[in-house]
Design a protein around this ligand. Structure first.
Ligand code: ZN
Length: 241
């Protein structure tokens, strides 16, 4: 199977469409999403539609559940809170139910998906260090787990009981290793690289690779302004932070 693994689309239709086009060229058979379909950007409805149309299986992100009312979002930044309220005003009942019903994590025969960590999937902890990675490794039943949430591509590798991390995401899967892969963000990268990020996971070739895709950032920014969303949510797209 040749998977495309995406995450943190954040209502950025321009970035999402560019990634979908790239996935067609890369002959991706199945797309999986690590959550945060909505929040921040100006096209929540169109992004949910595209996820459904592409038969993309997704877990919940904190923004998805905040919008649907399943998560208290009082801890979000002011811009994040404004985006939740604006996104709610754009969605109908069917989309709200769809977001609300996204599972907190899932697995198939090839991999596990979660937005933050496996030890508290519904609490959306950031997986940012070896300790958190080791807790998730302890709960993983697959060789590979894909995560998002930080918007920064990263890999944690477990080998002979030791864990180390790297930001090099092109991996030949080794028989004696397990992997947690943060695929980065489609719609709001924060690693100082503004290009949309996603990963390919090829189970036949036993490899994972990270791809970065250019998209029409100006148009996404313009839509954020026109929607009356906080201006900073558009500005940060150019800087990738
Ligand atoms: Zn996110």
């Amino acid at each position: 199977m040749r998977y495309g693994i995406i995450s943190d689309i954040h209502s950025n239709l321009e970035a999402f469409e560019a990634v979908m086009t790239e996935c067609r060229q890369l002959k991706i058979e199945t797309l999986l999403c690590c959550g945060d379909i909505v929040g921040y950007g100006a096209d929540p409805k169109a992004c949910i539609h595209l996820v459904k149309k592409g038969n993309i299986v997704s877990v919940a992100g904190n923004h998805d559940w905040a919008v649907s009312g399943r998560l208290d979002f009082s801890y979000f930044t002011p811009n994040g809170q404004a985006a939740v309220l604006w996104t709610r005003s754009q969605l109908g009942m069917e989309d709200m139910i769809y977001l609300n019903n996204l599972p907190s994590w899932l697995k198939n025969k090839d991999c596990t998906l979660v937005h933050g960590t496996l030890q508290s999937p519904g609490q959306f902890t950031y997986l940012t260090n070896i300790e958190k990675a080791s807790q998730t490794f302890a709960l993983m039943e697959n060789k590979v787990c894909f995560v998002g949430h930080t918007h920064v591509p990263q890999v944690y590798i477990e080998r002979e009981g030791r864990i180390y991390s790297s930001d090099i995401l092109d991996i030949d899967i080794q028989p004696d290793c397990r992997y947690i892969i943060n695929v980065g963000s489609v719609g709001q990268p924060r690693d100082r690289n503004p290009l949309a990020s996603f990963c390919v996971y090829d189970t036949q070739l036993e490899m994972i690779e990270n791809h970065r895709v250019p998209y029409d950032i100006e148009r996404a920014q313009q839509k954020i302004l026109e929607a009356g969303l906080p201006q900073a949510l558009g500005l940060r797209l150019r800087e990738g932070r």
